[in-house]
Design a protein around this ligand. Structure first.
Ligand code: NAD
Length: 493
C-alpha cells in the first residue's frame, strides 16, 4: 500500500540544546526546501544560536549552522572528518526563535527535544524521569499546533510516554487529529555532526494504524534526503522509546565491564589494554567501548540506566532492576578507586598539596560538564583537604566552570573557590600544573596525550615523586610509582 505522505514544508524543533540545535541544523542543511525553526524559552541560548558563537561546541557545527541559517550565494564544500558535502547556493532555511507558539503553529512536524533529567528524589535505586519540561512543552504544542501536525519525541523518554503526549493533546484539543512518533536521537556529544550526517540508523516508532504509518513515512521522507533508506528502522512506539534506554544502558555496561577487569589486572599483572585488544578481535564482541578508565559521565548514561531500573521496579522485576543498577555501582567503585590511588601515591594525604586537574568536560571535543567524572573526583579530593585544586580544560570557559562549582556546592554553604576556598580555574595548563604534587588527566583531550613531561622539573613541586608516568592510561596497569596519574574517561553516548 502506498501511504499518503504529507509534503513536509515546515518543521519546528522545541528545545535548542545539545540535541535540538545540531539535529535541526543537519535536517535544514540537507533539506533546503524545508523551513526549520528551533525554538527555546531560554532567550540567552537563542541569542547565541543567532550569533557567530553557538552555545555548544561541536566539531563541524558552526559550518553546518552557517550554511543553513545564513544561506550561501555560491557552492560550498563542507568537510567534516571523512565527509565532503557539496552544497549549492541556497537561501537561508534555518531559524532560531523564542516565539514557541507561533513557530509551532506553522509546523507540519514538531520535534520535542527538551531536557528529561532524573528526578532528584529517590536516586540510588532507580529514579523516575523528571517530565516537567516535556509535559510543559507538550502543553504548549497541544495549544498551538495545527490540526494534523506530527509530534515527534526526540527527547529520551520512559517507555509509554507517547500515551502521555497523546492524552495531553486530547485534553487541550479534544477531537483534533495529531499523530505521535518516537524518533530517539543516538548522537554522541563531541561527534554530534559526524553522527548526524552518517547515522548508524534512524529509528522511527509509530502506532501501527494507517495514520501512524503515514506519519512515519513523512518523517522518513525528511531523513531520506541524506540517509539511505536501508538505515531507517521502523518499529512500534514502545519499542522505539525503550530501544534508546537499552542502547545507552548496554554501552555503559561495556564500560563498567572492562573497568571491573582493570581492577583484576592491577592485582594480577595482566594488562587491561592488552585484554581489550585481544577480546576486541572477536567479531562477536567488537573493539569499541573497551577502554578502561575513570568510568562514564555525561548527562545520559546514568540517567537512562536509572530510568530503566525504575521501569523494571515499577514492573516488579527486582532482579532485572538490580542487574542494571550494578552498572552504576561499578562506575562509582572505579572512580573511588582512582581517588584512593591518588591519595595513596601521595603518601596518604593531600593536606598542604596542590593537585592539578587537566580536563573538566565529561569527554573530549565537548564543553559539556554535566555529570562529568571530573566533578565527582573534585568532590572526593576536597574531603582530603588539599591546599589547592587547580582546574584547566581547553574548551570549558573558566567562568562557566566557576559558576557550576558555585551551583553544585550552593546547598552546603561552603565557599570553595579561591580566595576563600581551595579551587582555582586556570586559562593555561602550565599555570595550572605549576608547583603541583599530582596532575590528574581526567578528559581524553588530544592535547593531553603527551603531557609536558620534559618540563617536569620546572613546573612540578619539589616533593613530587621522581618517576614519570607513561603517556597512556594507567589505571589498568600494575601500580607503579606515579606522580602523574594519567587517566582518561571512556565515556561516549
Ligand atoms: P538541553 O538541556 O541541552 O536542551 C533542552 C532545551 O530545552 C533547553 O535549552 C531548555 O531551555 C529547552 N526547553 C525546556 N522546556 C521548554 C519549553 N517548554 N519550551 C521551549 N524550550 C524548552 O538537553 P539536551 O542535552 O539537548 O537533551 C535533550 C533530550 O535529548 C533529552 O531527553 C536527552 O536525554 C536526549 N539526548 C541527549 C543526548 C546528548 O548527548 N545530550 C543524546 C541523545 C539524546
Amino acid at each position: 500500500e502506498i501511504l499518503p505522505v504529507v509534503k513536509v514544508k515546515n518543521i519546528c524543533c522545541v528545545g535548542a540544546g545539545y540535541v535540538g540545535g545540531p539535529t535541526a541544523a543537519v535536517i535544514a542543511f540537507h533539506n533546503p526546501n524545508i523551513r526549520v525553526t528551533v525554538v527555546d524559552k531560554d532567550v540567552g541560548r537563542i541569542r547565541k544560536w543567532n550569533s557567530q558563537h553557538p552555545p555548544i561546541h561541536e566539531p563541524g557545527l558552526n559550518e553546518v549552522v552557517r550554511v543553513a541559517r545564513d544561506g550561501t550565494n555560491a557552492t560550498k564544500v563542507f568537510v567534516e572528518g571523512d565527509f565532503t558535502v557539496e552544497m549549492p547556493a541556497r537561501k537561508q532555511n534555518l531559524f532560531f526563535s523564542t516565539d514557541v507558539a507561533k513557530c509551532v503553529s506553522e509546523a507540519d512536524i514538531v520535534f520535542l527535544s527538551v531536557n528529561t533529567p532524573t528526578k532528584m528524589t529517590g536516586i540510588g535505586a532507580g529514579a523516575a524521569t523528571n517530565m516537567v519540561a516535556l509535559e510543559g512543552a507538550t502543553r504548549d504544542i497541544a495549544i498551538a499546533a495545527k490540526p494534523g501536525a506530527i509530534i515527534v519525541e526526540k527527547s529520551t523518554v520512559p517507555c509509554r510516554t507517547a500515551q502521555i503526549v497523546r492524552d495531553t493533546l486530547e485534553v487541550h484539543r479534544p477531537g483534533v487529529p495529531f499523530e505521535i512518533l518516537s524518533n530517539p536521537e543516538f548522537l554522541a556529544e563531541g561527534t554530534a555532526i559526524k553522527d548526524l550526517l552518517n547515522p548508524d540508523r534512524i529509528l522511527i516508532g509509530s502506532s501501527r494504524t494507517k495514520a501512524g504509518l503515514a506519519a512515519a513515512a513523512s518523517l522518513e521522507e525528511v531523513y531520506s534526503a541524506w540517509v539511505d533508506r536501508s538505515r531507517i528502522v521502523t518499529v512500534n512506539l514502545w519499542s522505539s522509546e525503550l530501544s534508546k534506554l537499552v542502547a545507552n544502558a548496554m554501552l555503559a555496561q561495556r564500560i563498567s565491564s572492562i573497568n571491573t577487569v582493570s581492577a583484576i589486572c592491577e592485582k594480577t599483572g595482566a594488562d587491561v589494554d592488552e585484554i581489550a585488544k585481544a577480546i576486541g578481535r572477536d567479531a562477536r564482541l567488537g573493539s569499541k567501548f573497551l577502554k578502561a578508565g575513570l568510568g562514564f559521565g555525561g548527562s545520559c548514561f546514568k540517567k537512562d540506566i536509572l530510568s530503566l531500573v525504575y521501569l523494571a521496579q515499577t514492573l516488579n522485576l527486582e532482579e532485572v532492576a538490580d542487574y542494571w543498577m550494578q552498572v552504576i555501582t561499578i562506575n562509582e567503585f572505579q572512580r573511588n578507586r582512582f581517588v584512593k590511588r591518588v591519595v595513596a601515591n601521595l603518601h596518604g594525604t593531600l593536606i598542604g598539596r596542590k593537585i592539578s586537574i587537566l580536563g573538566y568536560a565529561f569527554k573530549k571535543d565537548t564543553s559539556d560538564t554535566r555529570e562529568s567524572p571530573a566533578v565527582e573526583v573534585v568532590k572526593s579530593l576536597l574531603a582530603d583537604n588539599p591546599s589547592e585544586i587547580a582546574i584547566f580544560d581547553p574548551r570549558c570557559n573558566p567562568e562557566d566552570v566557576k559558576d557550576e562549582i558555585k551551583r553544585l556546592f550552593a546547598t552546603t554553604g561552603l565557599k570553595l573557590l579561591k580566595p576563600d576556598g581551595p579551587i582555582e580555574v586556570y586559562k593555561d595548563s602550565y599555570e595550572a600544573c605549576h608547583d603541583s604534587s599530582a596532575v590528574l588527566i581526567l578528559t581524553e583531550w588530544d592535547q593531553f596525550r603527551y603531557p609536558p613531561l620534559k618540563e617536569k622539573d620546572s613546573i612540578f613541586h619539589k616533593d613530587a615523586p621522581s618517576t614519570v608516568a607513561p603517556t597512556k592510561p594507567t589505571l589498568g596497569r600494575t601500580p607503579s610509582e606515579l606522580d602523574i596519574l594519567h587517566m582518561m574517561t571512556s565515556s561516549r553516548h
